[in-house]
Write a protein that binds this ligand. Sequence first.
Ligand SMILES: [Zn+2]
Length: 360
Amino acid sequence: MDIQALPKISLHDHLDGGLRPQTIIELAQKIGHVLPADNALDLGRWFSEAANSGSLVRYLETFDHTVAVMQTREGLERVAYEAVIDLAAQNVIYAELRWAPEQHISQGLTLDETVEAVQDGLERGMAEVEDRGDFIRTGQLVTAMRHADRAMEIAELAVRHRNSGVVGFDIAGAEKGFLPNLHKAAFDYLADELFPVTVHAGEADGVESIRDAIVSGRALRLGHGVRLVEDIMFSRTEGDTDLVVLGPVAQWVHDRGIALETSPSSNLQTGAFEMLGDTMADHPFDILYDLGFKVTVNTDNRLMSATNLTRELEILVDTFGYSLADLEQFQLNAAEAAFQGLPEREELMDMIENGFAEAR
Ligand SMILES: [Zn+2]
């Protein structure tokens, strides 16, 4: 299976988690930011070691460096441009890139200027890909930090740019102790504006967090959502058949077809499914897929997890033995859940079906 050649969709990819090490070095030099390594190879290794360390503190420290070099128009534009080029190299045909503007204003840019700079980079990347005869479409997901108090401001920012590249809203950061309900006014505003929302939920906290993402956040998708498995009861009957009972939150997510933005490597590294075990085989992805949940496959942070979408799919194939038809289903799930209009989503689905048909 040549997974790289297959058309793919990426819904959960942090712009500040996907920089090229060499770019970090060059941008850091310009602003006098000190890095933990001075060449691209060592720096790349430092990022993946921190992500693999099992220490959340070390993992979060990595973002200090990526965010530090994304405080200028030039830094934001370049990182966004390179993200598009790198995604296109994996035959990603549609990507939503998320990032938190409030973390990129320390050098004097306004929130609006940061969104514009990222959009400039995305458009330069898309134009270049189109010029060489390939296809990629992208959209920004504007993120508010859940432990901060700027969600309303960021929601308004997102809506202001809805016709110039921003396709949705997200909250990220410390999940435990910061329920979406804390930002209810922002979510009410977004609902009133009929603006799409995804919420990180079921990664570092359990079922109540997922429930609140849906109730207070009106989330149309769930960032990871892997701990939804805690709302599913498995019991072995006498005939040795697993009896599966969905709790109310799992039932709702299942019946409404709310997409789960799972990210295998990241989920393993952050311990999102540690209650089930500490190897990829313990990831509930396969259980959720088997039960008919709308699973999608994502990278989360390409730099920290030293990964790309091809690799994440390869990991799932190696772990669970998926076929081409399974991989196609994951891409169709993602196309269906994309924050795009129906005609655009249908176009993506056609491209996926054609691309997978060619691979057979
Ligand atoms: Zn994430």
